[in-house]
Design a protein around this ligand. Structure first.
Ligand code: MRU
Length: 368
């Protein structure tokens, strides 16, 4: 396994949240990934000059969040073309090399469809080039496409933030996992709805589930909000029911890793439980995601592959032995929330409500 090469390590200073993914230089440049496993203690960047390092960063959640892994995957193909360039591969060998690496990148994590979506989009551009195109041309074209996926995501996040803020009801809001700048190329999806409403001058309590086992809510969402100077309250996942019953939570908004044609939503493990709780307490349950998270090839959430991660993440969180080694541990990284529990899905085009096959198909045909 390649080990991260820390380009910089400095304590958090406050202010804006740093970019989770950045390309340095031209087509012979390299990818830098903010190592989210080190947050909130350190801001380390992993320097990726080869594809195995990109794949390791995606698998180990150094970069995570559906849109962000799509962006990292697109830049990963530029890294692959850079390898071909360095090895002086002839045009056909260079193209074969990129195609072989592309499959490994696309399958680095199975649940978020954005990863395969971004890789396929880049490969479609590659396919339009003449067979005799040299490695440098492949790299240049792939870089332009990765940059355009990245820039587009920034714009989509802004639109999702605006639409999401407009439907967030008054009162406390609960979110799960991390759906902010760290998880996307812009300000986020569900978290952008919350921060946009805040920036508009609305004031409400923001609750962040800690999100076991890897604590994306406590380590990342709370960190983003603190960095932005927005008050946040972290809770253990098991406290959500109590807070809802006590009336402190008026809505729940989460992101998504894959949304099927009927509106079922795969998202971080624990999301389904929150949706059931929200229904029991008559609290609106909202989802926010860009159109790249929809997978209309799947009819329902039953068909979504759910990533099962290492039992060690559950038994030894953050290196602390929390269960005996002799115990088994289940560690599904995602669950599926059925469409009937979802009040609305916020996209860059607007809000899909009610959530049905028809309303989804109709909204996705709109221009942003
Ligand atoms: O395992 P992770 O941290 O990649 O899971 C991320 C989530 O489940 C997010 O909620 C989802 O990707 C939406 S990101 C805007």
């Amino acid at each position: 396994m390649p080990s991260p090469d820390n380009a910089s390590s400095e304590p958090p200073r406050g202010g804006r949240v740093p970019e989770s993914v950045r390309w340095v230089g031209g087509e012979d440049g390299h990818l830098e990934i903010l190592d989210q496993t080190a947050l909130p203690s350190r801001r380390d960047y992993v320097v990726c000059r080869d594809v195995p390092t990109v794949i390791e960063a995606i698998r180990m959640l150094r970069v995570r969040g559906a849109p962000a892994i799509g962006i990292a995957g697109a830049y990963g193909l530029v890294v692959a073309a850079g390898e071909a360039l360095q090895r002086n591969l002839a045009p056909d060998a260079a193209r074969s090399h990129v195609l072989a690496q592309a499959e490994d990148v696309a399958t680095a994590r199975p649940t978020a469809v954005n990863l395969r979506w971004a890789v396929e989009r880049s490969l479609a551009v590659l396919a339009s080039l003449p067979a005799e195109s040299p490695a440098a041309l492949l790299a240049g074209v792939l870089l332009a496409e990765a940059r355009s996926i990245h820039d587009e995501d920034r714009r989509l996040c802004a639109a999702i933030g605006r639409h999401g803020a407009s439907v967030l009801p008054e009162g406390g809001v609960l979110t799960h996992c991390n759906t902010g700048a760290l998880a996307t190329g812009g300000d986020g999806t569900a978290l952008a709805a919350i921060t946009t409403a805040w920036d508009q001058g609305r004031r409400f309590e923001i609750f962040a589930d800690e999100t076991r086992p890897l604590l994306q809510g406590a380590r990342l969402t709370a960190w983003e909000l603190v960095e932005r100077g927005i008050p946040v309250t972290v809770l253990v996942d098991a406290a959500a029911a109590h807070l809802m019953k006590s009336g402190r939570v008026s809505s729940v908004i989460v992101g998504a890793d894959r949304i099927t044609a009927n509106g079922d939503v795969a998202n971080k493990i624990g999301t389904y439980g929150l949706a059931v709780l929200a229904e029991a307490h008559r609290i609106p349950f909202l989802v926010a995601a860009p159109s790249s998270t929809f997978d209309l090839s799947l009819s329902s959430g039953d068909d979504i592959p759910i990533e099962e991660r290492s039992p060690e993440e559950v038994k030894k969180p953050l290196g602390v032995q929390a269960a005996p080694e002799g115990a088994a541990a289940a560690n599904p990284a995602f669950d599926v929330t059925p469409a009937r529990l979802i009040r609305g899905i916020v996209t860059e085009h607007g809000v899909i409500a009610p959530v049905t096959r028809e309303t989804i198909a109709e909204m996705l045909m709109r221009q942003p």
